[in-house]
Design a protein around this ligand. Structure first.
Ligand SMILES: N=c1c2ncn([C@@H]3O[C@H](COP(=O)(O)OP(=O)(O)OP(=O)(O)O)[C@@H](O)[C@H]3O)c2ncn1[C@@H]1O[C@H](COP(=O)(O)O)[C@@H](O)[C@H]1O
Length: 95
């Protein structure tokens, strides 16, 4: 499996940011009255849930919470007008 799915999900997030459709969870993050704090709080919550899943050795839950974190991280990057290239560059420089 490649990381194409990350590009696909990020592209959807960018579309939501542009079009702000009503029935979208992503839109609700971009338009939240708490501003970017809404996504920051979510990242905090999901990270705690990931730690609990890891302590329980629950592989399904680890995958679930990891996906929640990655999705909210992508929303945060989009909010900051960053993209996956910024992440890839940073990771590549560490090799
Ligand atoms: N990957 C995600 C994604 N991951 C998590 N979430 C939402 O993030 C929220 C997580 O908050 P909660 O923890 O309160 O919800 P939960 O599911 O009970 O979480 P757990 O307690 O189980 O961890 C839920 O409402 C999920 O629906 C996501 N919402 C959207 N996406 C992607 O974004 C695309 C666009 O979605 P919309 O913007 O809703 O159209 C989707 O097609 C997906 O590809």
């Amino acid at each position: 499996m490649t990381d194409d799915v990350l590009d696909d999900v990020f592209a959807v997030i960018e579309d939501r940011k542009e079009e702000l459709p009503d029935d979208s969870y992503t839109t609700s993050l971009f338009t939240h009255e708490k501003g970017e704090n809404a996504v920051l709080e979510k990242l905090g919550e999901e990270t705690t849930e990931l730690l609990l899943a890891a302590k329980d050795d629950d592989r399904d839950e680890i995958a679930h919470e990891s996906a929640d974190i990655v999705y909210h991280l992508l929303v945060l990057l989009s909010m900051k007008d960053m993209d996956l290239e910024d992440l890839r560059e940073e990771l590549s420089e560490r090799r």
